[in-house]
Design a protein around this ligand. Structure first.
Ligand code: ATP
Length: 375
């Protein structure tokens, strides 16, 4: 009977204590990871965190120091790159300049001795919406179009897994955003496992089902974009995916599933399940867009008090108009400066120098151990 365990499905990737050292330098600490078949998976991290090395070990371009790579349940650690049912798309598209778009896409099939390539080439060009440019040479294409050709060429052999190493890195911002949605659509259509390396948090969040945030050769946190954003487990993740205000807090009591906190001499609360902190002195995080501003002394301020919201009074020191929103900095009376994102459809839009009350629903906070915040 066929083995139904998820790790054995065609297209699933398993890394078992996968480890890479260059001489004495550890680029990737022993890593355990399961990438489900058919998912869009992102390895996200800053330059030098080990994401490319991890990808290259899956491709077979880098030999692991120790550990195994399994694909569809089969150990492929010893297989050379061309024997792996895997293809890679790089930032530099590496198209053949003397071949047309169609010939570039057909290349992988021809090399395998296939003669009847017209059908699959047409299908692939349709998938990446380039059917009308099949006779052009790469030099006659835009960057985004070249990237689509590279994608079609990598997919025509129907690899079990497609590895993408910063594939949109050479494109300008607007095209990049457009191609992110395209890549997601293409992955959904072909159903092939995509493993995507990027340092761009927005890119990872837009496309991936699951993101592994890497830091210093280790995975800091693994989860869906929403999980990572709403419930970061480390300060690194809290600040790598968006911005966070991080406030030192001390637990003064516990009641009804809530931690009672002292934050700069003020009282706040946090649902106990929103904290991963192991000690009573920790850091409470709050995202800038979860904070509401009320006019000091207004009815809104009174409502915030009676609704049991966490509160900090302060003075607006900066207001950066972004269009749909404004990014405020507010110097609180207790000391720290908080970042607040406000929608510009809100009725109350304070100016620099105005006294305000910052308030937020306690359930939007998150608690982290202090040791993690040493940036
Ligand atoms: P980037 O986005 O800049 O490519 P990355 O997260 O992909 O960064 P890697 O390319 O995986 O990082 O590199 C991880 C670490 O390993 C880096 O510190 C890098 O300098 C080092 N490294 C990578 N390849 C080699 C090599 N061939 N020899 C020695 N050190 C290497």
């Amino acid at each position: 009977a066929p083995d139904e365990t998820p790790g054995n499905a065609p297209g699933s990737v398993e890394l078992l204590s996968l480890h890479k050292a260059f001489n004495k330098f550890t680029a990737v600490h022993p890593l355990d990871l399961e990438i489900p078949a058919g998912s869009f998976f992102a390895l996200l991290g800053a330059s030098g965190c080990g994401k490319t090395t991890t990808l290259r070990m899956i491709a077979g371009l880098e030999k692991p120091t120790s550990g195994r790579v399994r694909l569809g349940g089969e150990d492929i650690t010893a297989l050379p790159p061309h024997k792996r049912p895997v293809n890679t798309v790089f930032q530099s598209y590496a198209l053949f300049p003397h071949l047309t778009v169609a010939e570039n896409v057909a290349f992988g099939l021809r090399r395998k001795g296939r003669k009847d390539v017209a059908g699959p080439v047409k299908e692939m060009l349709g998938l990446v919406q380039l059917g009308h440019l099949s006779d052009r040479k790469p030099a006659q294409l835009s960057g985004g179009q070249q990237q689509r050709v590279a994608l079609a060429r990598a997919l025509i052999n129907r690899p079990q897994v497609l590895l993408l190493d910063e594939p949109l890195g050479a494109l300008d911002l607007k095209l990049r955003r457009q191609m992110q949605l395209e890549l997601k659509r293409i992955q959904t259509e072909v159903g092939i496992t995509f493993v995507h390396v990027t340092h761009d948090q927005e890119e990872a969040m837009t496309m991936a089902d699951t993101i592994a945030v890497m830091n210093d050769g280790m995975i800091e946190q693994l989860g869906s974009p929403e999980e990572l954003y709403e419930s970061p487990r480390t300060a690194f993740v809290a600040n790598f995916l968006g911005q966070s205000n991080l406030l030192p807090a001390r637990v003064t009591g516990r009641r009804g599933g809530h931690l009672q906190l002292d934050v700069f001499g003020g009282r706040m609360t946090l649902p106990a399940e929103r904290s991963t902190a192991t000690r009573d002195t920790f850091v409470m995080g709050i995202r800038p867009e979860k904070i509401t501003m009320a006019e000091a002394g207004s009815d809104d301020e009174i409502r915030a008090v009676s609704a049991g919201r966490n509160r900090m009074p302060g003075i607006v020191t900066e207001a950066g108009f972004i269009g749909v929103s404004t990014e405020y900095r507010v110097r609180t009376h207790q000391g720290p400066e908080l970042v607040v994102f406000a929608q510009n459809r809100d009725d109350y839009r304070p100016r620099v120098g105005d006294p305000v009350l910052l308030h937020w629903d306690p359930k939007h906070g998150f608690g982290l151990d202090t040791a993690d915040t040493a940036d």
